[in-house]
Design a binder for this molecule. Sequence first.
Ligand code: GLC
Length: 436
Amino acid sequence: MAWPQPINTMKHQYKLLLRAALGAIALVLGSSVAAAATLTISCGSVGPDFEFCKKAAQTWSKQTGNEVKLFNAPQSSTDTLGLIRQMLSAKSAEVDVFAVDVVWPGVLADDLVDLKPYSKGAEARHFSAIVANNTVDGKLLAMPWFADAGLLYFRKDLLDKYGLKPPTTWAELSEQAKQVQDGERAAGNKGMQGFVFQGKAYEGLGCNALEWINSYNGGSVVEPDGKISINNPGALAALTMAHSWIGTIAPQGVLNYGEEDARAVFQKGEAVFMRNWPYAWGLSQAKDSVIADKVGIAPLPAGSAEGHPAATLGGWSLAVSKYSKNPALAAAFVMYLTSSEVQKDRSINGSYNPTLTDLYKDPEVLIKNPFYRRLYKVFTNAVPRPATATGARYPEVSNAFWHAVHDVLSGKKDAKPSLAELEGKLKQIRRGETWQ
Ligand code: GLC
């Protein structure tokens, strides 16, 4: 979805989307007995997102007697933001509670309820960086729900078979991916791919590309002080390398992959390496999974010996719309969904990383997610996208970034001119000397 859009188009699209979305409200939870109130929540729809949301909403419904409707959001975070912005700009009361991506609080700030009066200080038990991220002008705009960081999934069995150790640089990953892919193809597994990731032109590609660039000491597109840093040698090296993967270790189709497309290939046993978020762990270990017990997780590789592994910080929080007819009840629902009880269940059964720090010491959580302990640093050192620095302009910045990256990956443009052009575009988006 392109930004910004003319307001008339937005209204028209809003009507269409709202109609489609309301048609897609998939479920009404709660008893048929006259309920106290009805709330609608928009949760995610990647992997088991919807099912977990439904389960917790059902429990809350039973406990409180209120009814909950689930709004079926698109899989792509970019598309979901477009839809939510259109609803909020029309002051629609259709959805009370939104799952908001970690990069959205600055974008949606004017349309969300301050949760501080309802939280009773519960935010103090969550990762302070996420709470700070969700606090705009002193208002707590969303309660942390789960944390994400990019991870490298690999096939333990295949690396063992070829006598390899998980790669620590991207160059090593490229070599190993090629070796195993070629070996497996020669042995009859014609569909084997070396590396799958999120290469579609959307927010997810921005997350992958930030990891490549940052791991080459190429910064984070726009730095925390607002400086546009993208046109640099580290970024050039990173994008040149990523372009070299397409059609060699990654299928051409990766240019159209979101999280679930990459996972589908890995999950059916047809990829050596995959970049994805923690949720993919739970699914890889499911009873019916053909790769259960064959999967390892490592930090993403460093750009070079001088570089460092970098994981993009992701994750989702829950927010209440200012246009909700039941803000206090919606806030109570949010407090339940972000509670230890729900986060623990989501972590044990879905490998969603909790945002409550105590859960990282919980034995039941750790047994199901052994990588939490080993990769704790990856989560706490994850690299934020430039959302705080660019505020309400983040969607434009991000959009320009992933488009430029996609042009390089697809061979439409060379990395060098594309980065120079992107720098120019970001300056245009910033207009003056500062972003705000
Ligand atoms: C995950 C992350 C989110 C990110 C999105 C991109 O959902 O949690 O922060 O924006 O992926 O696809």
